[in-house]
Design a protein around this ligand. Structure first.
Ligand code: CMC
Length: 392
């Protein structure tokens, strides 16, 4: 059976080669297909970045237009699918509904399930990019009991997502371009992050040749955890709790450092970054800008900056190289935009979708891919004889 090495949490084990995303955690560098994240955040758009991640190169104007048209055309959900959103309790967590919904797409698009057929995989790629935002908007609407709108193909991808999420049928006002621009940029920042927990899950599930919907649904499940994407929601709950306690963060920080009840400073720390997360730096600037533009001053932003300031000058955090990660400031922007806290992690999923798709496709196309099947180090009982029930 050969020598088995124990590496709990994959601290030092690469599970794949990849050409998609490069991270240098010590230097705080992140690049998609070679392009620095700050340049993409400043100059690109989310669908363009999706194209880049999935196909490997930036599109020219006509390629981008074609891609956008294809995605836009598929943004409607099957009418029967709408009853799905009312099949769950209205206060059920959106991530649970989203995970089920994405897995369920496989039942509507059975002609797109074979990952080894490039045409099917190509169509599934477009269908996912098209339908997941519609699904997320409908989940948000359903939680409030509000009517669902149809996608409007004349509007941009992010703009129309915001309209579907927030507008009512009798409202025909346009979407605030400040919101559209800010959300587009946040989605770019989330679009890929190499072999994190959810992406590794997508690859692991897909390595059995499970279809892309099943694989990405599994990734959504992984993302929901508070140590991963669920951290953006957990940060807001943490800030709310500090505010409710009078706004003084020092007692909370003492509990974090004493590891009281395992409490952590959510939105801090990262397996790979041992420096400032380059995404967090961009989000922090955006938080100031967006909150100012929306005219919504937020006491929670002051608390968050206070926490960061304490942490960056405290030995506990310095020694462990704990810096703000992407989740630390995003929730404040989502909140200012009007999203309920439970919708924060679905927004992360919407952003990460192109990354999951690109990684699944890279895994399927790689002839060296084998089914993911980790080994273990057994620490249980040795052989022993069965004892009949009446003799135990
Ligand atoms: N607050 C307080 N202490 C921390 C924190 C934190 N946020 N993060 C790590 N530590 C401590 C940890 O207790 C340990 O201390 P010691 O050496 O004394 O045992 C040390 O730092 C190393 O931590 P670890 O848990 O071994 O590190 P990891 O690489 O396994 O975990 C992490 C990475 C992101 C899960 C962790 O830093 C964490 O739980 N952070 C809070 C949750 C969070 O913000 N997650 C979002 C991650 S970024 C994007 C995303 O995936 O969403």
């Amino acid at each position: 059976t050969g020598l088995v090495t124990l590496d709990s949490g994959f601290m030092n084990t690469a599970t794949t080669t990849s050409q998609i995303t490069y991270i240098d955690g010590d230097e705080g560098i992140l690049r998609y297909r070679g392009y620095p994240i700050d340049q993409l955040a400043a100059g690109s758009s989310f669908l363009e970045v999706a194209y880049l991640l999935i196909y490997g190169e930036l599109p020219d104007a006509s390629a981008l237009e074609q891609f956008t048209t294809r995605v836009t055309r598929h943004r409607l959900l099957h009418e029967d699918f709408k009853s799905f959103f009312t099949a769950f309790p209205a206060n059920g967590h959106p991530m649970a509904i989203l995970q089920s919904g994405i897995a369920g797409l496989a039942t509507y698009y059975q002609h797109t399930l074979d990952p080894k057929d490039p045409e099917q995989l190509e169509l599934a790629t477009v269908l996912l990019l098209a339908k997941v935002p519609t699904m997320i908007a409908y989940i948000a609407k359903r939680a409030l009991g509000l009517p669902l709108l149809y996608p409007d193909s004349s509007r941009g991808y992010v703009e129309d997502f915001l309209r579907l999420t927030f507008h009512l049928p009798y409202q025909d006002k346009s979407v605030d371009p400040v919101l559209t621009k800010a959300l587009d940029m946040l989605l770019i920042l989330h679009a890929d992050h190499e072999q994190n927990c959810s992406t590794s899950t997508v690859r692991m599930v897909g390595s059995s040749h499970a279809n892309i919907y099943a694989s990405i649904a599994a990734g959504v499940g992984a993302l929901s955890g508070p140590l991963h994407g669920g951290a953006n929601e957990a940060v807001l709950s943490m800030l709310d709790a500090i505010k409710a306690g009078g706004g003084d963060a020092s007692d909370f920080m003492r509990r974090v450092k004493d590891k009281e009840d395992g409490v952590r400073l959510m939105g801090f720390g990262h397996r790979v970054y041992k420096n400032y997360d380059p995404r967090a730096a961009i989000v922090k600037d955006a938080a100031h800008e967006v909150l100012t533009q929306l005219g919504s001053s937020d006491e929670l932003l002051d608390i968050a900056m206070g926490l960061e300031d304490i942490a960056l000058h405290d030995d506990y955090f310095i020694e462990r190289k704990l810096y703000p990660n992407v989740d630390f400031y995003t929730g404040l922007i989502y909140k200012a935009m009007g999203f309920p806290t439970q919708m924060f992690t679905p927004l992360f999923a919407m952003g990460r979708l192109p990354g999951w798709i690109a990684q699944y496709r890279e895994m399927i196309a790689d002839p060296t891919t084998k089914i993911g099947r980790p080994r273990q180090v057994y620490t249980g009982e040795g052989e022993r004889d069965f004892v009949a029930l009446d003799q135990r």
